[in-house]
Design a protein. Sequence first.
Length: 84
Amino acid sequence: MSDIEAMAAEVDAHRIARPTEIELAVLHYISLGHTYRTTARELDMSLDTAKRHAHNAIRKLAATNSTHAVTIAIGRGLIPGANA
């Protein structure tokens, strides 16, 4: 494998998946200060489902927690920031 092929493989291995619209909606509510419980109520889903969507978004954004995921999502323009 050439150096270029090795570099391309490394980039592919670290490529970050984009969260789904519902995962982004959960992050948006979290960014507004909502708890998982109120987020679930607002989005008409169970508490466990809201937590699962948040966890999936955290994983896809390679974040360490929901606050980190919100910061990344705002920085990438995936959800509106405080000034939006």
